[in-house]
Write a protein that binds this ligand. Structure first.
Ligand SMILES: C=C(O[C@H]1C=CC=C(C(=O)O)[C@@H]1O)C(=O)O
Length: 355
């Protein structure tokens, strides 16, 4: 199908309030879309049906689904537009900053008391859009971050979400799986070699250890790479690739996803304490930010599920941008604030001409 026809279809679908999703896998120029034929609300507990899953951070909330068998499924080639990304100046809002620093301090206190090793805290910031168009949004989002998983999702019950995430939750192909431990952040500069401090190295190692531990029950073979520097837009992260084989007969896409989500890259460790801390203290609902999303094929024998990071929800003329960071004993509140300001750029640079 032609790109312009796909966009035309998407706009029509959106005007009729019908669910749809358009996405590109990391490093791919191919755009895939599911256009649901009716407004039926589809939710899932098990990941055994073909379609596209959109799950919230809080696993007690509803997981949405666009089923393939109730959708028109389309593909097209995406021609990358040459887009020059420019940084958007966001001045510190004193109240927002104070409240985020308080949250970071509280997380550090809990860690000092040994209630947790790591807690990922986050915030949401609203931006007014003066000249919003879905076409422009898609063109900029999909062109700007070719190595990320890019998507735009719409459902009348969730609203319009989009993002460009660098983090794989789990990729499955028959019995083989891939996941990653992604943590530690610094702005990208051309300086090499890249230096990582002990705060970032320890934080990322903790994520790797917890992921390996949670996978023991569902895997028979596990291979773990050395940590390496990975670029995501204008940021650098530390990443470890974890691959392996699912335990025969015992593990499925559903069980491995349940074992991993929410990972310590978006929640913390121990998971239960960090999760409760987040729900009690963040002061807003993350909804689908730090949830997971992606296509499921072959009844769950094949899937590419991603963690929903570097994303935003667009409501009328407001873009709600979500950002967070992992807090450990070594965290400096001012640096944590700066890190969220930097992470915000990923979506702001997409929105820049519409602000
Ligand atoms: C929670 C976010 O990032 C996570 C993923 C990579 C690095 C992170 C960090 O350095 O803190 C976070 O754990 C976010 O981008 O909102």
């Amino acid at each position: 199908m032609d790109y312009n026809l796909l966009i035309e279809k998407l706009l029509k679908h959106h005007s009729k309030n019908l669910p749809f999703v358009v996405f590109s896998l990391p490093e791919s120029n191919s755009m895939n879309a599911f256009f649901q034929k009716d407004m039926q609300l589809c939710t899932v507990n098990k990941l055994t049906e073909n379609g596209f899953v959109f799950a919230p951070f809080d696993y007690k909330d509803t997981t949405f689904f666009i089923p393939e068998n109730d959708s028109e499924s389309l593909q097209c080639e995406f021609i990358n537009h040459n887009i020059e990304l420019t940084s958007v100046t966001v001045s510190d809002d004193i109240e927002e900053k104070e409240s985020y620093i308080k949250l970071v301090d509280k997380a550090i206190e809990a860690i000092k008391k040994r209630s947790a090793n790591k807690i990922v805290v986050s915030r949401q910031k609203d931006f007014e859009l003066k000249d919003f168009s879905i076409e422009k949004l898609i063109e900029r989002l999909f062109s700007s971050y070719p190595t990320a998983f890019r998507y735009i999702w719409y459902h009348p019950n969730t609203g319009l979400w989009c993002g460009a995430t660098p983090e794989t939750l789990v990729q499955i192909e028959n019995n083989s799986f891939k996941t990653m431990a992604l943590a530690g952040t610094q702005p990208f500069t051309n300086r090499v070699p890249v230096f990582w401090g002990s705060k970032e190295l320890d934080e990322q190692q903790l994520v790797t250890d917890v992921i390996i531990d949670s996978l023991q029950r569902v895997t028979s073979v596990l291979k773990v790479s050395n940590p390496f520097t990975y670029q995501a837009g204008s940021l650098l992260h530390l990443r470890t690739d974890i691959t392996g084989v699912l335990k025969n007969g015992k593990a499925t896409l559903t069980t491995i996803t349940a074992a991993l989500h929410p990972t310590p890259a978006v929640c913390g460790s121990p998971q239960k304490f960090a999760n409760e801390f987040i729900l009690e203290n963040e002061g807003y609902n993350r909804e689908f930010y730090t949830g997971f999303l992606g296509p499921i094929l072959e009844n769950g024998q094949s899937a590419s599920l991603m963690v929903n990071l570097r994303c935003m929800k667009i409501e009328g003329n407001i873009a709600h941008v979500f950002v967070g960071g992992g807090i450990t004993l070594g965290s400096q509140p001012q640096d944590e604030w700066n890190e969220t300001q930097n992470k915000m750029q990923t979506m702001l640079q997409v929105l820049q001409p519409m602000l």
